[in-house]
Every structure is written in structure tokens, then in C-alpha cells.
Design a protein around this ligand. Structure first.
Ligand SMILES: NC(=O)c1ccc[n+]([C@@H]2O[C@H](COP(=O)([O-])OP(=O)(O)OC[C@H]3O[C@@H](n4cnc5c(N)ncnc54)[C@H](O)[C@@H]3O)[C@@H](O)[C@H]2O)c1
Length: 458
């Protein structure tokens, strides 16, 4: 349900509103990845016809053939969406066919750890010449406050060739409403792999450039989410998403630092967090691990640090959290070396099986996974590294790694000098793993409850 109603809207906005309410509106989704594809399914389930855009021809072909490339999305779900009108394309001239355009393209960091907005810019350049009056454009990619207004909007306004302007509350920006398009920002707040909250129960935050854009975005998302939360501007919505991810990043760093102290003091950090979590107010548990992973938590905070410099401001919490979290793989390396040393073995030449390489439990996503850094660090010390992960038969080349490895079998665990648990997938039988291994270094407390002197927690 939308939380606010504006008194009047222009004919262009009224038309799209009616089409949204009647499920006649065609929804355009740009970027059919981990965010865009599930969103496509939500709109399709709500009987909207979706036209998906992606630059990756192989993905487009897979989807149009009724297939899927995301583990947790079944081909049957794509086929069901096709029955509701879903189609994928690489052809941006078809932007004219849709009523709303939702942008879900990547926002990584570049090699200098700065925001890489090239995907958003490329999308803007591709949409602009095909934009038509009355369309609603919503950016969902996580980014720093100001991106929608300062980066995307100027591209759309300058390059559309039809003198279209975004409906805006800026004084002096009066444009014939017949030449308006609408623009908003709405962050994606999904927690991959978390099945405890249904996607439609995650409230959808929306910030429109003007009240009409907010109204239209709220109507569109209100059709697929149970609650829409409006904020006053796109920048406020952009900042909301960053606050959420920075909160996680800083708290994970805190618990990682306390884990290092607890290890020295001989205290079990997992026991401590578990006990603290029984407090019914004022405490939310975060858990230590081998380092941050995923496309969001290790990346997004630095979007804000970069933007803050423009305001002569240093985001010290973000920098400190980044420092602690990025040091965790080095801590794991030292822990493996120490555990081997205690068994009179050297890291050099040791056979090590890394168990779980996904960046977190039960997901098929390798992006920024600490496992990749740890494998590289171990290889650098001349360890003989293998890995196992049910989600990855192979690890090839990514943006920051080139490992070319094939998934090992779990049949002969005794051959490894050390089994190193990096990702605690729920499919693993940890008791059997411990029984069959010589040494298990556990970064996730996956072996809790198993009594064995083969286990080293780190
Ligand atoms: N994955 C998550 O769980 C998650 C959660 C919250 C927010 N986000 C944010 O959502 C955004 C998208 O993330 P994702 O995980 O879906 O990324 P992804 O890499 O899985 O998907 C992005 C898709 O965009 C396509 N693409 C790239 N450039 C394009 C262009 N110019 N035109 C059309 N398609 C293009 C890619 O081919 C890819 O299929 C990012 O900003 C991310 O930070 C992601």
C-alpha cells in the first residue's frame, strides 16, 4: 500500500497511473541479473507484461528460450513469466514499447576503489534517444546520493532529441507537461539467500524527483510490494540504501575485530554473540567471518566515502570498517599456517581444500568473495589449493581474479593436510567432513557442537 496521495497529477501521469492500475502498463527492466530477473518475476506474477533489456546476448537467448542462469530461479518460473508477456531483448529502440523503465545495472568500484558509474551512464545513453513523454524511469542500482539527479537525469534530458524534461519541483523548471517524463530512485533491499522474508514483504523505499514521479513509482511498486515507503527526494532514497549497507559493514567489522581479541583471550566469540542476541532490545547480532563478500557490502560504503570528499568530509567509520574487514583473509592465512605448524607441517607444499567459495551461504554468487582472495594468498605461499562448492563446478576468470580451477570431490578428504571452511553451505555434512579430515580450520563456526581436536576455529 502506498503511504501518501498527492492532490492532482498531469494528464501524462494520469494515463500511466491508469495503465498501472489496470495492469495494462508494460514494465521495462534494464539489467537482467540477480536484481533485475527476480524483479521481472514479481511483476510477471502480478500480471504485468515485462520487456527485459540486457547487453548480454547469451542471457537474452537463454531467457527467450525459457531457461535460467541464476541457480535459485527455475526455468519453469521464466516460462510462467513468458505466459504473462515477458520477453528479453538487447534492442534499446524497443524502450518506446514500455511505460516504465527500471534500471538494475551493476555499480562496482574501479581499480582505484572509486565508483564506476559507466554501466548507469551507458544505460542512460542507450535509453535517452528512445525515451518518450510520460514514461517513468526508476534507478535501482545502489549508488551515492545525487546519482539519479546529477548523472542519469542530465543524460536523459540532453540526449533525448525531443526536448523532453523530467517533471521536477525545481523553481523555474516549468515545461509543458506534454513533454514530461518522470524519474525516481528506489533501492533494491533484497538479502540473497535469505528465505525468511518474502520479497514482497520487504518495504520498498521510493524517492521521486517530483510528487508525480513519486506517485507513479509508488503505484508501480505498490502492485508488487506490500508496503511502499516514500522519502522526499531521490538522494534521500539513495542515502537510505547506503545507510543500511554501511550499518552492516561497520557492525561486521566490529564483530570481526572482537573475534580477533576473543581468540587471544581464549573466549568463544560465537558463544558471546549468541548470548548477547538474547537481549530483547538494543542489540542486533552480527557474525564474524573470513572477510566481506558480495556485490554490496564491500563496495557500497565506498560510494559514499568518495562522494563525501566533494563536501570536504571524511567518513572515518567506513574507512576503519574497510580496513578491518579487508584484513580478515590475511588473518585466515595466518591461522591456517599456525594450525599446520602445530602439526609440524609447512604451508609451502601443504594440500589445502577450501570448502565453499560463494561469498555467503547457499548462494551461487562469487562476486568479491573472500574465498578468492584466500585461495590467491595460499597459492602465493606455495600451498597446493583445491576447492569444493556445490554451486560452482568451475572457477574461471572474474573482474579481479583468474583462477582456472575445477571443483574437487569430497570423497578423499583424508588426502588434504587441511580442510578450510570459508562458506558454510547448509548442504554440507560437517560431522562427516570432520571425521574424514586430518585438520579442519573453521572460519564460520560451521562445526559447532562437534567435539574434535582436529577442529581449529579462526
Ligand atoms: N545482487 C544483490 O543482491 C543486490 C542487492 C541489492 C542491490 N544490488 C544492486 O543492484 C544493482 C545490480 O546488481 P546485480 O547483482 O543484479 O548485478 P548483475 O551483474 O547480476 O546484473 C546486472 C545485469 O546488467 C546487465 N547490464 C550491464 N550493462 C548493461 C546495460 N548498459 N544495459 C543493459 N543491461 C546491462 C548485465 O549484463 C547483467 O545481466 C547493483 O547496483 C547492485 O549494487 C544488488
Amino acid at each position: 500500500m502506498s503511504e501518501a496521495i498527492i492532490p492532482s497529477i498531469s494528464p501524462a501521469a494520469a494515463q500511466i497511473m491508469t495503465r498501472l492500475q489496470d495492469r495494462q502498463a508494460r514494465i521495462g527492466i534494464i539489467g537482467l541479473g540477480y536484481v533485475g530477473l527476480p524483479l521481472t518475476l514479481l511483476f510477471s506474477e502480478a500480471r504485468f507484461s515485462v520487456l527485459g533489456f540486457d547487453v548480454d546476448q547469451a542471457k537474452v537467448d537463454t531467457l527467450n528460450g525459457g531457461g535460467s542462469y541464476i541457480y535459485r530461479i527455475l526455468p519453469a518460473e521464466i516460462q510462467q513469466a513468458q505466459k504473462a508477456g515477458f520477453e528479453a531483448t538487447t534492442d534499446y529502440s524497443r524502450i518506446a514499447e514500455v511505460d516504465t523503465i527500471v534500471i538494475c545495472v551493476p555499480t562496482p568500484l574501479n581499480e582505484y576503489h572509486e565508483p564506476d558509474l559507466s554501466f548507469i551512464e551507458a544505460t542512460g545513453h542507450a535509453i535517452a534517444p528512445n525515451l518518450r513523454a510520460g514514461q517513468l524511469v526508476v534507478l535501482e542500482s545502489t549508488t551515492y546520493p545525487g546519482t539519479t539527479e546529477e548523472v542519469l537525469l542530465p543524460i536523459l534530458e540532453k540526449e533525448n532529441g525531443a526536448s523532453l524534461r523530467a517533471a521536477s519541483t525545481t523553481p523555474g523548471s516549468m515545461v509543458d507537461p506534454a513533454h514530461h517524463f518522470f524519474i525516481a530512485f528506489s533501492p533494491e533491499r533484497e538479502d540473497p539467500g535469505n528465505t525468511s522474508v518474502a520479497r514482497r514483504d520487504i518495504p520498498k523505499v521510493v524517492g521521486g524527483l517530483d510528487p508525480q514521479a513519486a506517485e507513479l513509482a509508488a503505484a508501480m511498486y505498490g502492485a508488487i510490494f506490500n508496503r511502499v515507503v516514500r522519502v522526499s527526494t531521490p538522494a534521500a532514497a539513495e542515502m537510505t540504501k547506503l545507510l543500511e549497507n554501511i550499518y552492516r559493514c561497520v557492525n561486521i567489522a566490529l564483530v570481526n575485530e572482537l573475534k580477533l581479541l576473543c581468540l587471544r583471550m581464549g573466549i568463544d566469540i560465537w558463544e558471546v554473540v549468541g548470548a548477547a542476541a538474547t537481549k530483547p532490545f538494543g542489540f542486533q547480532p552480527f557474525y564474524p567471518g573470513p572477510g566481506l563478500g558480495g556485490h554490496c557490502i564491500p563496495v557500497d560504503p565506498f560510494y559514499l566515502s568518495w562522494k563525501a570528499k566533494e563536501f570536504d568530509f571524511r567518513t572515518r567509520f567506513i574507512e576503519l570498517a574497510g580496513e578491518i574487514n579487508t584484513s580478515m583473509p590475511y588473518h585466515v592465512l595466518a591461522a591456517v599456517s599456525r594450525a599446520l605448524n602445530q602439526r609440524k607441517k609447512a604451508l609451502n607444499g601443504a594440500k589445502i581444500l577450501v570448502l565453499g567459495v560463494a561469498y555467503k551461504r547457499d548462494v551461487d554468487d562469487l562476486r568479491e568473495s573472500p574465498a578468492l582472495t584466500i585461495i590467491e594468498l595460499l597459492q602465493h605461499e606455495s600451498a597446493e589449493v583445491s576447492y569444493h562448492d556445490p554451486y560452482f563446478p568451475k572457477i574461471g576468470k572474474g573482474r579481479k581474479y583468474d583462477l582456472q580451477m575445477t571443483c574437487a570431490s569430497l570423497d578423499h578428504l583424508g588426502q588434504y593436510d587441511c580442510v578450510l571452511i570459508i562458506t558454510d553451505h547448509s548442504d554440507y555434512d560437517y560431522e562427516t567432513i570432520v571425521n574424514q579430515s586430518q585438520l579442519v580450520v573453521d572460519t564460520r563456526n560451521a562445526t559447532r557442537g562437534i567435539a574434535s581436536d582436529k577442529i581449529v576455529h579462526c
